[in-house]
Design a protein around this ligand. Structure first.
Ligand code: ADP
Ligand code: MG
Length: 495
């Protein structure tokens, strides 16, 4: 249907550097809603453990195939081996254009398979002869965890090809990475800071690069990597191909694309919905002193397959973790915590154990709130209500990955009603109230203070210390995040 194309389209830059929609997406399904799992279906399936999601769940056309995308037989075999049967819309749209050699900016919400959409074209390119003298593909990512994740996806899809990938990121001794780089991997995935470090040591050369990818570009710019990225891009060969993946394309990302990409084709697979639209979201009102008790009761009631419990501070995270781990009914390995103060090898170990399912409950700060993909996360608990609305969206987006079911609970203290309201305005949806016997502390929903008068920030946030936490810029006040045409007044009436 023609008019469905407005939700997603191929956009390109116009003459004055602005960006406009130029043509419809290359495949019709790209225009459709990325997640097809409806609310009612979610409610029914919650608690069961559906088998591996396939791309139909994220809007791939039933019967859509990787075979039509121009991939080689070897790559198709690897895709099949990885268990991917249907390309997701971003994959169906981006892969053929990337294979054609053009620069592409792909916008799609988190959890829609953006990684494979650039990994597969890289793999194809690596099968062709290159010029030698250094890695041929470089992927820049915002965090260490994502570096590992992208490398894992690469290795999964490169299986048996003899094409090697190395991940370089801060917090790990540089020596091991130097040794790995010396073995001439074709592909390097890294955080901008560490790549620059290797450049200055002369342990990486960018002169042979055929293809450069900026993954999670919005996040990289958010955390202040723009100067580093620019320094790196300026040292890459002019003839390279550039791919940029981002969940959102705010002006700074557009600017980066305008400056460092060649006539980029901009493919927008996002819809107007936020990623959290299909996730069941509830809140509890709770006295702050009883939060832990409530958490225990909630975990008991929900029996999550895997859960992330988000806390605001590193100390708070440690505390909740220690208390959870002390319970005798739980195996000590089932609970872990992660935050920016932990050594990198500990963080890596925790993420591995969470990915392989050993760890069932991960207590975390917002460090893991972005980009990390563990598709069997069934529950999110916002033990502390997030201070910023965007963090809410990112935390909650850790569940419901690839169209799976997910549910998010937010604990709200009476004086935090206004924060809940701001979140609801941001996602343009009301959270459903939930209750557990013995915790009916407040029979009224916490009354929101007038939004205009609410201070933003504060709440004892500790000073961040991890690489990406440290660079976190001040965020906009909530009022600027109001959706189109939805002012505070109208929203309050809705409550
Ligand atoms: P994004 O980068 O858009 O947030 P990811 O690339 O991390 O998303 O992909 C999310 C999950 O979907 C990963 O677990 C990945 O292995 C899986 N996945 C990607 N493409 C497909 C596909 N075509 N079919 C099934 N699963 C897929
Ligand atoms: Mg990603």
């Amino acid at each position: 249907m023609e008019n469905e194309r407005t939700a997603a389209g191929v956009r390109t830059e116009n003459g004055d550097g602005g960006i406009e929609t130029r043509q419809a997406p290359p495949r019709r399904e790209a225009a459709e809603r990325p997640v097809a799992v409806g609310q009612s279906q979610q409610a029914e399936t919650r608690g069961s453990a559906p088998q591996a999601a396939n791309a139909e769940a994220v809007g791939g056309e039933p019967g859509g195939s990787f075979r039509t995308l121009g991939l080689s037989a070897e790559t198709l075999a690897a895709v099949e081996r990885a268990g991917y049967t249907v390309p997701t819309p971003v994959q169906a749209g981006l892969i053929p254009r990337a294979l054609a050699g053009v620069d592409v900016l792909g916008q799609a919400r988190t959890g829609t398979g953006k990684t494979a959409s650039f990994v597969l074209p890289i793999l194809e390119r690596m099968r062709q002869p290159g010029r030698g003298g250094g890695p041929r593909a470089l992927a820049l990512v915002p965090t260490r965890e994502l570096a590992v994740q992208v490398k894992d996806e690469f290795e999964k899809l490169a299986h048996g090809s003899g094409i090697h990938c190395v991940a370089v990121y801060g917090g790990k001794p540089i020596k091991g990475q130097i040794d790995k780089l010396a073995k001439h991997p074709a592909v390097v995935v890294g955080t901008p800071g560490r790549i620059l470090d290797h450049m200055s040591r002369g342990t990486i050369s960018l002169s042979a690069l055929d293809i450069v990818t900026l993954d999670e570009a919005d996040r990289m710019l958010d955390i202040g990597f723009r100067p580093d990225i620019e320094k790196i891009l300026r040292r890459c060969p002019e003839s390279r191909q550039t791919l940029l993946l981002s969940a959102t394309v705010p002006p700074p990302v557009q600017k980066l694309a305008t400056r460092y990409m060649r006539d980029p084709e901009i493919m927008d697979f996002s819809t107007n919905e936020l990623a959290v639209e299909t996730i069941e979201q509830r809140y509890f009102t709770v006295d702050p002193t009883r939060k832990f008790e409530l958490l225990e009761k909630l975990l008991e009631r929900e029996q999550p397959r895997q859960a992330i419990v988000f806390c605001r501070t590193k100390r708070g995270t440690d505390k909740v973790h220690d208390k959870l781990a002390r319970r005798r009914s739980r195996l000590p390995d089932e609970v872990a915590c992660i935050h920016g103060d932990l050594a990198q090898n500990v963080r890596d170990r925790v993420m591995r154990a969470f990915r392989d399912g050993t760890v069932k409950i991960l207590v975390a700060t917002d460090v893991v709130g972005r980009g990390i993909d563990v598709s069997s996360v069934s529950h999110i608990v916002n033990y502390d209500i997030p201070e910023f609305c965007d963090d809410y969206v990112h935390r909650v987006g850790r569940t419901g990955r690839m169209g799976r079911e997910g549910v998010a609970f937010t604990f709200v203290a009476p004086e935090e009603g206004s924060q809940l309201t701001r979140i609801e305005m941001r996602i343009e949806r009301l959270l459903q109230r939930d209750e557990i016997a013995g915790f009916e502390a407040f029979d009224q929903r916490p009354r929101p203070a007038p939004v205009e008068m609410v201070p933003t920030g504060g709440f004892g946030r500790t000073l961040p210390s991890a690489e990406q936490e440290a660079a976190e810029p001040a965020k906009k006040p909530a009022a600027s995040m109001l959706g189109k045409g939805r002012g505070p007044k109208r929203h309050r009436r809705a409550l």
